[in-house]
Design a protein around this ligand. Structure first.
Ligand SMILES: [Zn+2]
Length: 251
């Protein structure tokens, strides 16, 4: 049940089937000279919609903005701050909770460290403020690992490389403008830089030349199945099933 596409009545009826909602979070950022700026948003959204075709879950509208540090100076990147992303996710989850949803799976198509830290921060705050809710947070990248590792040939492939080019060739080939040579960023390890472009001129991290639509379809299947396992796990998750620390048991 894709929330944007159903009526208010269908939403109410859907609550009798599930209390789970998938929240795709993307980014609006450069993806090399060959992939669309919405790549991360498309990937996360598509996977959520595909899972909704397999089992009853709600899919919230995708959040198309993320925290984009390394690509901030590349043409077309429109990033937001960590504070804004955290507030945005918190507001959206509060609204969905008010509508009766209780299990929240946030799927980020963007793997930036600062971005995902903001989502984690939001998740922790939401757990403290909304009784009875459960929340899981995963990146597309996490879910593609494991089985997906056998499909990918490029070591350390991450941004606009083999994986993402394959994904876009599979789902939105009309938006892929050729390919790009393999490239990697060369940021200094600990030093922060004001001007990012000279350290990552191509905006590619990996090897787009090894991409294919078939690999993209296979990786997407891996991600959809991993997301399904995560939803099942969250829906059966009992918060206090773990062992308490010894000191607390004795008290
Ligand atoms: Zn990406």
């Amino acid at each position: 049940m894709v929330i944007e596409e159903i009526t208010s009545m269908e939403f109410s009826a859907g609550l009798h089937k599930t209390r789970t909602v998938l929240l795709p979070v993307g980014a609006t950022e450069e993806h090399g000279p060959h992939l669309p700026i919405g790549t991360d948003t498309f990937q996360a959204y598509d996977v959520c919609v595909r899972l909704a075709e397999r089992r009853p879950v709600f899919v919230a509208p995708a959040i198309p903005y993320g925290v984009c540090r390394s690509t901030a100076d590349h043409p077309g990147t429109i990033g937001i701050s960590s504070g804004t992303l955290k507030a945005l996710l918190c507001d959206v989850v509060h609204a969905l909770y008010r509508q009766g949803l209780r299990d929240f799976v946030v799927l980020s198509g963007h793997a930036g460290g600062t971005h995902n830290a903001a989502l984690l921060d939001a998740g922790e705050e939401l757990l403290r403020s909304l009784p009875g809710m459960r929340i899981a947070l995963a990146t597309e990248y996490d879910l593609a690992r494991g089985e997906g590792g056998a499909i990918i040939e490029t070591a350390g492939d991450s941004h606009a490389g083999e994986i993402e080019t394959s994904r876009m060739l599979a789902t939105r080939p009309h938006l892929v403008k050729g390919s790009a040579p393999a490239a990697y960023p060369c940021f200094p390890r600990h030093i922060l830089v004001r001007d990012k472009l000279p350290f990552w001129p191509s905006g590619v991290w990996g090897d787009p030349t090894r991409a294919s639509a078939e690999k993209g379809r296979q990786i997407e299947d891996v991600v959809v199945k991993a997301l399904e396992r995560l939803v099942t796990e969250l829906e059966g998750f009992v918060e206090n099933a773990g062992r308490r620390p010894v000191g607390l048991d004795e008290a």
